[in-house]
Write a protein that binds this ligand. Structure first.
Ligand code: ZN
Length: 391
């Protein structure tokens, strides 16, 4: 009888003290390494300090979703170049500063992991800056210094467009024969070393495979892929192949999974092409209104929600990317980089920053421990951040 009683008491105690998935989620430090809301704000003039009915991000929903740290993407298209791109980047940083100034009790800019943890303890959001596209430094090291001073915490070496010193994933695939150089040039290597010296993380999302391997051979610090998925599950050029993932793990880096349906689900692209074809005229007029094709696409998907919902992948497919990467290279090398407000479609259930708890719930269901979930949600990114900054 006694033999049976002890396990029974232990079971009751475990149940009484076991934490629920929402409790585990709220306790963890969640950091999302890629959000594009700042680019949209410049056009829409939304105040994301208040609850919004459009888009994926605002400070109210972020609180509900347990989002503790956000790396805000600073981005401009390839039509910006010498004399314009750096200025545009600074305008976007100004808009983040303005958001922070309006909401000092909710959000603070942080420069290292120590400050980040302090701000999280104060129940505020830690804001960080990721500059998405090497074209914004206009080939100048002093512009890197200025951006770092303003809070740049990673530089994505290229966006879809190559720079004079690094080739992008798009160009390495589509313009392979006409490229002036392939991978990182000597100046590109100098830039990587300069970022290492400044404590700015090198972001390898968007870069071509050759650039990626050149970065791995050059960087003395762990690197980040701020918003990419696993190529083996969706062979899109923006995703990372198994060998790249293994090299990233060896470097001590982290890949933060992108929620965009097109990078999660290999069947999405033809489906969305048919949807866009169906609504071409309306997409054209929305593009004329916003002067921005991506934002027009986002709005079109919202207008025809019931239709666009039908082509969204299930949440399980995104979780599969996390699980695949964790099993291939270890749970220490995967994180969250939603790309919210930068794409028109995400897996079902992920409508905004309020929905992150669903990811925690699914990971726990798959048998991930609380410790593992902590690493995936933010622990790994904090480790890489600290290794770069030095504190
Ligand atoms: Zn991107």
């Amino acid at each position: 009888m006694k033999k049976l009683l002890l396990p029974f008491i232990l079971m009751l105690l475990t149940k009484a003290y076991a934490q629920t998935p929402p409790q585990i989620h709220q306790k963890a430090i969640l950091i999302d390494t890629h959000n594009d809301i700042l680019s949209n704000i410049l056009i829409t003039k939304q105040d994301v300090g208040k609850l919004q009915t459009t888009g994926n991000f605002d400070l109210v929903r972020a609180k509900q979703g347990g989002l503790d740290g956000q790396i805000f993407s600073i981005w401009c298209g390839e039509e910006y170049g010498k004399g314009t791109a750096y200025a545009f980047a600074n305008r976007e940083i100004d808009s983040l500063y303005a958001l922070i100034a309006r909401n000092p009790d909710k959000i603070t800019l942080v420069h290292n992991s120590k400050e980040l943890k302090k701000v999280v303890k104060q129940h505020k959001m830690a804001a960080m800056i990721g500059v998405e596209g090497g074209h914004m430094i206009e080939d100048r090291l002093d512009y890197i210094d200025s951006l770092a001073k303003r809070g740049m915490n990673y530089l994505t070496l290229t966006w879809n467009n190559s720079t004079s010193w690094a080739t992008s994933a798009r160009d390495e695939v589509t313009k392979k024969d006409s490229l002036k150089h392939l991978g990182l040039t000597d100046y590109g290597k100098r830039i990587v070393k300069h970022l290492n010296d400044l404590g700015v993380m090198v972001d390898v999302s968007h870069v071509g495979e050759q650039t990626f391997y050149d970065v791995i051979a050059t960087s003395t610090k762990p690197v980040i892929a701020s918003h990419s998925c696993a190529w083996s599950l969706d062979p899109n050029r923006r995703n990372m192949k198994d060998d790249q993932l293994k090299a990233l793990a060896k470097n001590g880096g982290v890949i933060c999974v992108n929620f965009y349906s097109g990078f999660v689900d290999s069947t999405y692209t033809p489906k969305v092409a048919a949807f866009l074809h169906q609504h071409r005229a309306e997409l054209d007029s929305l593009t004329a209104i916003y002067h921005d094709g991506d934002l027009a696409n986002i709005r079109l998907n919202a207008i025809y929600k019931s239709e666009s919902d039908k082509i969204r992948p299930p949440l399980s497919l995104l979780i599969h990317h996390i699980d695949y990467i964790a099993k291939l290279i270890g749970v220490d090398h995967v994180g969250i980089g939603s790309d919210f407000d930068g794409a028109e479609s995400y897996p079902l259930g992920l409508d905004s920053v309020s929905n992150y708890p669903k990811i925690t719930e699914e990971l726990l269901k798959l048998g991930y421990s609380e410790k593992d979930v902590d690493k995936i949600l933010g622990g790994n990114v904090i480790r890489v951040f600290k290794a770069n900054v030095g504190k």
